[in-house]
Design a protein around this ligand. Structure first.
Ligand SMILES: Nc1ncnc2c1ncn2[C@@H]1O[C@H](COP(=O)(O)OP(=O)(O)O)[C@@H](O)[C@H]1O
Ligand SMILES: [Mg+2]
Length: 446
């Protein structure tokens, strides 16, 4: 992409309405634009990041055996009357009436919708388990939308739902999702710690929130240090092996990790040595819980078991805040110059800066490198504007591309360009071919 052709409305001024760094940087870098409170347009750069996040979520959901589908944003109120949630949900639900005076709503979540789909076609325990998910916009009329995309009214969520014949198999599905989430967030370069969440009506230990530690997080978190340091690394997981999944699950749920909703100071002090107690703040990026037959019972989603008896299906819900993650990633990775994207979610793999636009030799070298980067499968944002070097660097630093190739007449005379890391700020001089090869190596397998 050439910058002269792109749409990148960066702001010089720091927007006054933005209270936290990710919101400020998303506005300044031209990633989003507010439409109304808590509702945003995703401008080209922001949209690219959103799609990269979605892509990782899709890949990891499918890897663990969940199947994608797409349910509508607008749902009939009657479905929610069946579950009893239509009246219970309160003013967060956006209620709509169509031209035939039928009550509709903009879905804040999809348990009813998916339960209706499954009950229509699943009749026997032999049809189970089923793990289904979609990535779809939600609407919740939050009292206090704030922090940009972090707490929006319209936001993009991945929500998955599991359908199993009994509690034990449902918990196996639950454990798979927990492990899949570990992989998902690690691939994004994030440390997200599963923490015990309020378990709702069913009780038990099968409710977790995933929190990214960040000062601006809305939740207080209390964690045993070793839990915050755990990493799956590039370990491959066989999701069809319940024992392997259970072992990982046990490791990640073995220590103290809770949010202020579930925190118990006495237990924290009893279980965790003083030097190991981390008290911090966190951003909730995912939330999983087992809820048993909460919807299948009132909505009569039943299967015939091996014993011939009809019984309600056991289910859980598994959410990831896809649009919130764009903000969370920035909270976790930025400096005073701007965003620093991890390679796995960066909107462009490289930035290309032409130091002397209009100089025939420099322009030709840039065009050549630009073409070769594309041929190597790398998406590049080529700053081909007639701007000062300083302005070009400032833009690249603000938008946070992890690698920059800088091309100028002086270097070209020596046969070199500069390859700069956004994270470390370090530059090396390399022949253009070597710089391209280095980048191809860095991005291989991502
Ligand atoms: N208003 C919002 N704006 C952006 N993301 C949200 C919002 N509400 C929830 N999410 C994301 O969706 C995920 C699943 O939502 P859920 O847990 O059902 O919401 P809540 O935490 O409000 O109960 C959350 O973990 C969070 O990452
Ligand atoms: Mg939640």
């Amino acid at each position: 992409m050439r910058l002269t052709r792109y749409f990148l409305p960066v702001l010089k001024e720091t927007p006054a309405e933005a209270q936290i760094v990710s919101h400020r940087l998303m506005l300044r870098a031209g990633m989003i634009r507010q439409s109304s409170a808590g509702i945003y347009s995703w401008l080209p750069l922001g949209y690219k990041v959103l799609r990269r996040i979605e892509q990782i979520v899709h890949e990891e959901q499918e890897r663990m055996g969940a199947v994608p589908l797409l349910m509508p944003t607008i749902q009939p109120a009657d479905l929610w009357r069946e579950s009893g949630r239509y009246d219970a949900y309160g003013p967060e639900m956006l209620r709509i009436r169509d031209r035939h005076e039928r009550d509709m709503l903009y879905g804040p979540t999809n348990e009813e919708q998916i339960t209706e789909i499954v009950r229509a076609s699943v009749g026997s325990y032999r049809d189970l388990p089923k793990l289904l998910y979609h990535i779809q916009w939600k609407f919740r009329d939050e009292v206090r939308p704030r922090f940009g995309v972090m707490r929006g009214r319209e936001f993009l969520m991945k929500d998955a739902y599991s359908f199993d014949v009994d509690r034990e198999t449902a918990l196996q599905s639950y454990r798979k999702f927990l492990v899949a989430y570990l992989r998902t967030f690690e691939r994004m370069g994030l440390k997200a710690v599963p923490m015990r969440a309020e378990s709702g009506p069913i009780g038990g230990d099968y409710a977790h929130e995933f929190l990214v530690l960040a000062e601006t997080g809305e939740s207080g978190v209390f964690v045993e240090k070793r839990m915050a340091d755990l990493s799956l690394g590039d370990r491959a997981v066989n999701f069809d092996d319940p024992a392997e999944v259970q072992a990982i699950f046990d490791d990640w749920t073995s220590g103290y990790a809770r949010t202020d909703d579930t925190h118990d100071q006495a237990v924290f002090e009893a279980e965790v040595a003083a030097g190991e107690r981390v008290e911090a703040r966190g951003i909730e990026v995912g939330h999983i819980f087992y809820f048993g037959t909460k919807y299948s019972e009132p909505m009569q989603a039943l299967v015939t078991g091996p014993d011939g008896e009809r019984a309600p299906i056991h289910s859980g819900s598994y959410g990831i805040g896809v649009s919130r993650l764009a903000g969370a990633l920035i909270e976790a990775s930025h400096d005073d110059k701007g965003i620093i994207w991890p390679e796995s979610v960066t909107p462009f793999q490289a930035g290309l800066v032409n130091l002397k636009q209009g100089d025939a030799a420099t322009d030709a070298a840039c065009e050549d490198i630009y073409g070769k980067l594309a041929a190597a499968g790398l998406e590049t944002l080529y700053d081909d504007r007639s701007e000062r070097a300083g302005a070009k660097f400032a833009t690249m630093e603000l938008i946070g591309l992890p690698w920059r190739i800088t091309v100028g007449p002086r270097g070209l005379k020596q046969g070199v360009v500069e390859l700069t890391s956004r994270r470390s700020g370090e530059s090396v001089e390399l022949a253009p071919e070597d710089a391209i090869a280095r980048l191809a190596e860095i991005y291989r397998g991502l």
